[in-house]
Design a binder for this molecule. Structure first.
Ligand code: NDP
Ligand code: 2IT
Length: 450
């Protein structure tokens, strides 16, 4: 049975919205076929049927007032997918495209990603169709307060611990935490990604981007391939994940030459100016277009100047490509361009950034391909470290968190490589990650009973 058919048995929601959810589900279903064949217990316990349905989807109205005294209405969600391994854990996304289907896809992926870390965390995701772009700090604060007025009923440090994702960084987490504290009169680690001054972990902002590079270096070593040092790398996105991936690439002597946002691509052949990117995207929150005003020798390509089915960033010759923006941002056409230009490794910083066609192309051309749920697990891993620090009322040093993050990413890479070998799909880390993640959750579900 295909993933889509299986999913439809349980779904009565809007099918168009669920497209990305079915896409994520189908990949897992195909990957775990050898596991289901080799061990009948997973079928006997109907694990797959139980896993594709979230434990619950919470949907609520968020009403707030903008700076012009107009009342605004948005929709908020929290998808609590699976807590076999620990409290629901996963980010909040604030973006106008957010709907239940997108959050189910992200929550479903999060279950296996979190399982791969080996840490005690279940899977969840949430967010809103609120668009933070162009909003004042005060409006963002008003929205976050209104969002938490409803969300606080469903979360808790041992129940469900949200964090950031697209459109949600430490500013938003700070406002959300402030409101939670006010409503509940408790000071507890109910959110991760908090500013350091009130309970955040050092290195949480860097964790996802750094983790992707640690993962990639380990994978290249295990494969006997050349490291990233001295190599041209392309990166998409210009947010939390992309900018910290770029930072770590510089740390290890690689040359990151690109960044993108929703409006265009910057290509700076000498290596991108990271300080400028941070200023434009993290501080001033403006378009990347301004990059070429400071560096006229760099090239800026607006999205509308490139064919609809492709993206300028993946047409740049590179050794390694790091999609770090959003889902399905790397298409079949992009994969063909990367392969024609000699790419050797692709590691996903964003969640599900490569389309199924692109993944098939990479695998059939023996490109070293690191799937999101393994490669970008560093963010949620450090979130769990934040939970541990909060529970113990303690603070770990930057060096300690960095060391633990590195070890976690190395362990995930080894687990994924070994699992692929064990199940007869050597070199296929999509299958390796899905099988290893699924097995860990499934075994817990069996042990916990129905
Ligand atoms: P940010 O909001 O910090 O940055 C997102 C970046 O991607 C921005 O440059 C944004 O452009 C661009 N972008 C967003 N949506 C689109 C779109 N539809 N088309 C083109 N560009 C887009 O988010 P993060 O960096 O935190 O997240 C990026 C990806 O990484 C997401 O897939 C997220 O799920 C994933 N991820 C995040 C983790 C984290 O810890 N934050 C952990 C693991 C995965 P613009 O500036 O124009 O909006
Ligand atoms: O997709 C992800 O792993 C995240 N957005 C981070 C989740 C978390 O709880 O830190």
């Amino acid at each position: 049975m295909s993933g889509i058919e299986l999913a439809k048995q349980f779904e009565n929601g809007d099918c168009a919205e669920n497209k990305v959810f079915y896409q994520a589900m189908e990949e897992v279903i195909y990957s775990i076929a050898p596991l289901l064949e080799s061990d009948p217990k997973y079928r006997q316990h109907a694990i797959l049927q139980r896993l594709v349905v979230p434990d619950r989807v919470i949907k609520f109205k968020v009403t707030w007032m903008d700076d012009n005294q107009n009342i605004q209405v948005n929709t908020g969600y929290r998808v609590q997918f699976n807590n076999a391994l620990g409290p629901y854990k996963g980010g909040l996304r604030f973006h106008p495209s957010v709907n239940e289907g997108i959050l189910k896809f992200l929550g479903f992926e999060q279950i296996f990603k979190n399982a791969l870390t080996g840490l005690p965390i279940g899977g969840g995701k949430g967010g809103s169709d609120f668009n933070p772009k162009g909003k004042s700090d005060f409006e963002v604060m008003k929205f976050c307060s209104a969002f938490m007025t409803e969300l606080h009923k469903y979360i808790g440090p041992r129940m469900d611990v949200p964090a950031g994702d697209i459109g949600v960084g430490s500013r938003e987490i700070g406002y959300l935490f402030g409101e939670y504290k006010k409503i509940t009169s408790t000071y507890e680690g109910v959110l991760t990604g908090k500013p350091f001054m009130f309970g955040g972990s050092l290195m949480r902002p860097e964790a996802t981007g750094y983790g992707v590079i640690y993962f990639t270096e380990t994978m290249l070593e295990l494969e006997g391939k050349e490291s990233l040092e001295g190599k041209i790398c392309t990166v998409s996105g210009a947010g939390n994940v992309a900018l910290h991936a770029i930072e770590k690439l510089y740390d290890i002597g690689a040359i990151p030459v690109s960044a993108t946002d929703s409006r265009g691509t910057v290509y700076d052949a000498r290596g991108v100016d990271l300080e400028l990117l941070k200023k434009l995207k993290l501080e001033r929150r403006v378009s990347l277009e301004e990059y070429v005003e400071v560096h006229p020798e760099a090239r800026y390509t607006p999205v509308e100047e490139y064919p609809e089915e492709g993206h300028a960033v993946w047409d740049i010759p590179c050794y390694a490509a790091f999609p770090c923006a959003t889902q399905n941002e790397l298409t079949g056409m992009d994969a063909q361009n990367l392969i024609a230009n000699g790419v050797e490794v692709v590691a996903e910083g964003a969640n599900m950034p490569s389309t199924p066609k692109a993944i098939n192309d990479f695998l059939s051309h023996k490109i070293c391909f690191a799937p999101a749920k393994a490669a970008n697990a560093g963010g949620v891993a450090v979130s769990e470290f934040e939970m541990a620090q909060n529970a113990a009322m303690g603070k770990w040093s930057f060096e300690k968190v960095d060391e633990k993050l590195k070890t976690t990413m190395q362990q995930i890479a080894k687990r994924v490589v070994l699992t692929a070998k064990d199940y007869g799909v050597e070199g296929n880390y999509v299958d390796g990650a899905n099988i290893a993640g699924f097995k860990r959750v499934a075994d817990a579900m069996i042990a916990e009973g129905i």
